[in-house]
Design a protein. Structure first.
Length: 281
């Protein structure tokens, strides 16, 4: 597992940071092009094409786009409902762009929340996500179990007046591990997920089951263990009635005894962090 080194990040972590920044640049570029009438499928295609032009040929998962009440996963019951639809964007609608490209063998999985116009409620959700980023990092450094941290995120959402929408994801995950992927041109996908990445996650799940840990960060018993070293794509997702917002980014966990080196967000120069730092909400 690569860690930070004196004076900065290791070469391996710089590789993950590079692809994460590429994905967020894609999200910002596509968000700037969204107009009333664009469908989720068109927005997902815009993300794929933007990344393809910049060398992406493989995925942890292909891009998603959710508009309106689909940002809060309203009435989502089965996995197929996560895939992009012909829902059209309208003025004032929230949206979420979510993509997980593999580039040069490095993986990222990001979520970008926006709104087509001004919406004070959406602004408030985005602002309140900052407390979740702080809580997750603090409790990972304290080596609380993943399940306990998940429950504390739940409690914070309740205090804020929101519903937990990441619970609607498969296995209710708030995060999952990511890793290097052997790069292949035009790599195959399975139900929208990269076959190579799924193979790596399945291998982690098998080894983790044997050794008492899981690559999925969930509210269930299999996540009742301290954070294991590695890279975690973390995505707290808030919902209030028909509006949802989240961020998703890489958290680095190491076996260092130094609290600041034991866990840290891979990059603080991301759109949602800049927004909080600039006091825009």
């Amino acid at each position: 597992m690569a860690t930070a080194v004196a004076g900065g990040l290791s070469a391996e972590l710089r590789g993950f940071r590079e692809v994460q920044r590429l994905a967020y640049a894609c999200a910002e570029a596509v968000a700037a092009q969204l107009r009333p009438g664009v469908t989720e499928r068109e927005a997902a295609r815009m993300q794929r094409e933007w990344l393809y032009e910049r060398g992406v040929r493989d995925w942890f998962h292909r891009p998603f786009a959710w508009f309106g009440d689909r940002t809060a996963f309203v009435d989502f019951k089965i996995p197929l409902q996560f895939f992009p639809t012909n829902r059209r964007l309208e003025a004032g609608m929230p949206f979420i762009l979510d993509m997980a490209p593999v580039h040069k063998g490095y993986t990222a999985d990001i979520g970008y929340s926006g709104c087509l116009g001004l919406d004070p409620l959406h602004d408030r959700l985005l602002a309140d996500l900052a407390a979740h980023r702080e809580l997750i990092l603090r409790e990972v450094r304290e080596r609380r179990t993943l399940r306990e941290i998940y429950e504390d995120v739940d409690r914070l959402m309740v205090r804020q007046g929101y519903a937990n929408r990441h619970r609607a994801y498969p296995f209710g995950v708030i995060a999952h591990k990511i890793d290097r992927v052997k790069e292949r041109r035009m790599a195959p996908t399975l139900f929208g997920f990269g076959a190579q990445a799924l193979k790596g996650l399945a291998s982690d799940a098998l080894h983790g089951h044997r050794d008492g840990w899981s690559p999925l960060w969930s509210p269930y018993k299999f996540s009742d263990h301290p954070p294991t070293p590695g890279l975690w794509a973390v995505e707290p997702h808030l919902g209030f009635r028909g509006t949802g917002a989240k961020f998703e980014e890489i958290l680095v966990v190491t076996d260092s005894r130094d609290p600041e080196q034991s866990a840290f967000w891979l990059d603080d120069d991301l759109p949602h962090v800049r927004r909080w730092n600039e006091g825009a909400v």
